[in-house]
Ligand binder design. Structure first.
Ligand code: GLC
Length: 576
């Protein structure tokens, strides 16, 4: 289903549902979700009303980083199925009018990738080593790493191999960085892009899109860190993040995308300064970029207002469309964030991450409030011009699972020595989905038994008992559930959608950012309308506000008896 007049531009205002395959639906009883599980639930996704699914990596992987360590870019992990399963999934999705976006991981492979194994077996200076980033170390014996860099998950960004050289890995040591100056690497990725497009994929989500181009031939490398920061340069001068040359790579990819009809879609995961986003979103480049501002913000009016303005300005500059994301597989679920105290800090979600680290005991989580705000937030988000990315489970209103035992933590960013840990990682938003209220088969995530009649294994991450209250089957039959709010909002969004990507602010109460006791910075409204008079208003403040004249189409919660919009509630109105 498209929102825009030109079907080739389906992605411009799509609702894209992110599937984290290992945690979506298990059809074999292995305790791990699989591709056949996504196919089994296509009816559910179609009824939800989304336009596309984005599949996080499902490629062969030792799971050093949840599948973002790829052993083979042109295959399916045998634990998750076969290429036939992928073909069946693409076919089923297309039969329901749902596009399929696959995740491409071009910054690094896995250390089990055959080319990395060849590089290890080959000599320093060999063509095999040149596909990755090998360097001699510093110091008289070369036993110091080439730079002082730490990787994203902690620990050195260089690992030494037996002959004394070091290889670069911006993430775990199992994720060696590719050398994008190497023609073979570039050509191999072009082959991979065509491979998935020929198998029916409609486009790509590009992992760490800002990282591929690197300039290591300079002597100031120790002055930089390799992860994205809010004060990183905005002029392409960083040695490994957001360099101008990265766009030569994507211009070449775009030529491949345009061999297809309609041209393949791509969205960049690029944590770059706002003034650099348009480069990735330009039509001769990847075409769209994630705007993570919503995912970073707490429930504070000014923060959202600014994020909307920035997102729209950046999309206008590129000629693309804006994107809106509240949750994904890397951040604490937003129903939890909005139910914790709202304290803006320089590092986003530090408070929520601390809450996870202490098993949910540091601060009280007000679940009712988190749910109420999450309901208001989705209406605020879904009326905006541009694409909306929904992360699996947010449509059920799931909270982050904070109390995963340390010996079950899978994420490399969770440091396993609990005493010294600074984060418990991202598993809390990756816990397998509850489909039914029955805990005996991991809430319907696994089948009752395996094909041979033996019992299914437990879901790969432990599900808390409270998951039963969020099971898809009970939410299906509850008209007031989060699931049914998402369904109504998505259906209406299709009906109301307009090609016009402009947004007009309505009169707003801008009295926001006021500390309000223990639980936050409340106050103010966000109110805007689309070109066709479709308006969305959200009230962050304690006093109910009057609605403009028009027809009320949908609310995230009840209005007051005298028809006003209460706190932490959103409304859609067709203006008179
Ligand atoms: C991206 C992914 C994240 C992964 C990282 C390394 O940021 O979203 O999950 O850990 O890349 O591939």
């Amino acid at each position: 289903m498209t929102n825009v007049t030109d079907p080739a531009l389906w992605w411009k205002q799509a609702a894209v549902y992110q599937v984290y395959p290992r945690s979506f639906k298990d059809t074999t009883g292995s305790g791990l979700g699989d591709l056949a599980g996504v196919t089994e639930k296509i009816g559910y996704l179609s009824q939800l009303g989304i336009d596309a699914i984005w599949l996080s990596p499902f490629y062969p992987s030792q799971l050093a980083d949840g599948g973002y360590d790829v052993d083979d870019y042109r295959n399916v992990d045998p634990k998750l199925g076969t290429m036939d399963d992928f073909d069946a999934l693409a076919k089923a999705a297309h039969a329901h009018g749902i596009k399929v976006v696959v995740d491409i991981v071009p910054n690094h492979s896995s250390n089990l990738h055959p080319w990395f194994q060849e590089a290890l077996a080959a000599a320093p200076g060999s063509p095999e080593r040149d596909r990755y980033i090998f360097r001699d170390g510093k110091g008289p014996n070369g036993d110091q790493p080439p730079t002082n860099w730490e990787n994203h998950f902690g620990g050195p960004a260089w690992t030494r191999v037996p002959d004394g050289q070091w290889y670069l890995h911006m993430f775990t040591k199992e994720q060696p960085d590719w050398n994008w100056n190497n023609r073979e690497v570039r050509d191999d990725f072009l082959t991979t892009l065509r491979f998935w497009l020929d198998h029916g994929a409609d486009g790509f989500r590009v992992d760490v899109a800002h990282g591929l181009a690197k300039d290591l031939d300079r002597d100031d490398l120790d002055n930089y860190v390799v992860w994205c920061t809010s004060d990183q340069p905005d002029d392409g001068s960083h040695p490994v993040i957001d360099r101008d040359e990265v766009h030569e790579i994507y211009h070449e990819w775009r030529r491949v995308f345009n061999e297809y009809n309609p041209p393949a879609f791509a969205v960049a995961e690029a944590w770059v300064q706002p003034n650099r986003q348009y480069l990735y979103a330009s039509p001769d480049d990847l075409g769209q970029i994630f705007n993570f501002e919503f995912a970073k913000k707490d429930w504070i009016r000014d923060a959202f207002h600014e994020a909307i303005e920035e997102g729209i300005a950046s999309a206008e500059r590129s000629g693309s469309s804006a994107t809106w994301v509240m949750s994904n597989h890397d951040v604490v679920r937003h129903a939890t964030r909005y139910g914790l105290p709202q304290v803006p800090t320089s590092e986003y979600h530090q408070l929520a991450k601390d809450w996870v680290l202490r098993d949910g005991t540091t601060y009280p989580l007000d679940r009712e409030l988190g749910t109420k705000r999450a309901r208001a937030a989705i209406l605020m988000e879904m009326a905006l011009p541009g694409s909306v990315y929904v992360y699996q489970g947010e449509e059920l209103g799931l909270f982050e699972v904070a109390d995963i035992p340390w010996d079950r933590v899978e994420d490399p960013s969770g440091h396993r020595t609990s005493q010294a840990a600074s984060t418990k990682g991202r598993d809390g938003c990756r816990v397998p989905l509850p489909w039914t209220t029955d805990p005996s088969d991991s809430f319907g995530f696994t089948p009752a038994s395996k094909a041979d009649g033996t019992p299914s294994q437990e879901a790969h991450l432990p599900q808390p008992a409270w998951f039963k209250d969020f099971a898809a089957d009970i939410e299906d039959s509850d008209p007031e559930s989060m699931l049914n709010l998402y369904r109504r909002a998505l259906a209406l969004r299709h009906e109301l959608q307009t090609d016009d990507l402009s947004l007009t602010w309505l009169p707003e109460d801008r009295s926001s950012g006021k500390p309000d006791g223990a639980n936050g910075f409340t106050g103010g409204t966000i109110a805007y309308k689309r070109a066709n008079g479709w308006a969305s208003i959200t009230n962050f403040g304690a006093d109910p506000v009057d609605l403009p004249a028009g027809e009320v189409l949908l609310t995230s919660g009840p209005l007051t008896d005298d028809g006003k919009l209460p706190q932490d509630t959103s409304v859609w109105i067709q203006l008179a």
